[in-house]
Write a protein that binds this ligand. Structure first.
Ligand code: FEO
Length: 169
């Protein structure tokens, strides 16, 4: 593999694990607030992020590259209101979209069509990730200030269940 593409994919393993850690932190915050549904939503999200990390790892391995794991950063988003994690979540997903685009651009530069095809799944996934994060903010703005509205939202998020990623390598 091209060294730059392999390096960026290796770094993405760490970024995805950080995402899992960040959402686990959000889950812990909401559990403390008594919002078990929100806590569940982010717990499932953390599992998805771990899956993303595993997909990047597996891709490197399939291509005969050795992965190197680095320390995962401490989640440090400030959570002073129920809205804070939601806004931090959207910001984070926009950042991750930028990272995926950077890897894609590096693969494009060296005509690594295999990596581009692999990354296509993540390009699409990021659209969903940003849309979900944005929807959660909008719903919180609309319903979050009313206790019945918040209760309903929490019930909605309690229903989220984990499913394995549709991408299989
Ligand atoms: Fe791994 Fe939330 O994207």
């Amino acid at each position: 593999m091209d060294k730059k593409v392999a390096k960026l994919i290796n770094e993405q393993i760490n970024k995805e694990l950080y995402s899992a850690y960040l959402y686990l932190d959000f889950s812990i915050y909401y559990e403390q607030q008594g919002l078990d549904g929100f806590a569940n939503w982010y717990m499932v999200q953390a599992q998805e992020e771990r899956d993303h990390a595993m997909l990047f790892l597996k891709y490197l391995q399939l291509n005969g590259e050795k992965a190197t794991l680095e320390a995962v950063g401490k989640p440090d988003k400030e959570m002073k209101s129920l809205m804070d994690p939601l806004k931090a979540g959207l910001e984070h997903e926009q950042y991750v979209t930028g990272l995926i685009n950077d890897i894609y651009a590096a693969a494009y530069d060296v005509k690594d069509f295999r990596a581009m095809q692999f990354l296509d799944w993540f390009v699409k996934e990021q659209l969903e990730e940003e849309k979900n994060a944005d929807d959660m903010i909008k719903k919180m703005e609309l319903f979050g200030n009313d206790s019945k509205g918040l209760y309903s939202l929490d019930a909605e998020y309690a229903a989220r269940i984990y499913t394995a990623p549709s991408l299989v390598l």
